[in-house]
Design a protein around this ligand. Structure first.
Ligand code: RTP
Ligand code: MG
Length: 151
């Protein structure tokens, strides 16, 4: 297991349907982060309830559950310096209409419910979410030649 920080990023069903997967990947790649896990998955309600455990029971949960299980999600694990915090900042605010231009949500969305992308909100959440969405053997430790130019 790598000692580098990792985060869980998911391209939500709206963005998969709209052909935005490559745009999200590109943002993380060009920033200097390393992709260590990726898969396309149709999320079950059980998985979503674990993933969004802090939101289960809230008024917006049924609509969010239905949206998040409406089509495939691209689940990714990205690695690198400060990736959890930087990833959240690259995503922008939860509501795309409050997200600055230049952020993923600010550039690609306008709807709170269909806000393009998920990102872990803390290092602890990232560990929990990566463990929910990936098996250990689905994550690859590899050395990026970019690293020497970026650190
Ligand atoms: P995410 O977990 O999806 O990355 O989003 P987030 O941290 O920015 O926001 P969070 O508070 O965790 O909310 C999870 C998702 O629930 C939807 N939401 N709807 N009042 C509402 O209708 C409402 N509030 C939140 C959003 O789609 C948000 O991404
Ligand atoms: Mg959240």
């Amino acid at each position: 297991m790598s000692t580098e920080e990792r985060t869980f990023i998911a391209v939500k069903p709206d963005a998969v349907q709209r052909g935005l997967v490559s745009k999200v990947i590109e943002r993380f790649e060009v920033r200097g982060y390393k992709l260590v896990g990726i898969k396309i998955i149709q999320a079950s309600k059980e998985l979503l309830a674990k993933h969004y455990e802090e939101h289960v029971g809230k008024p917006f949960y049924p609509k969010m559950e239905s949206f998040m299980s409406s089509g495939p999600i691209v689940a990714m694990c990205w690695e690198g310096k400060d990736v959890v915090k930087q990833g959240r900042s690259m995503l922008g605010a939860t509501n795309p209409c409050s997200s600055a231009p230049g952020t993923i949500r600010g550039d690609f969305g306008i709807d709170l419910g269909r806000n393009v992308c998920h990102g872990s909100d803390s290092v602890e959440s990232a560990k929990r979410e990566i463990g929910l969405w990936f098996k250990d053997e689905e994550l690859v430790n590899w050395t990026s030649n970019q690293a020497k130019w970026l650190q």
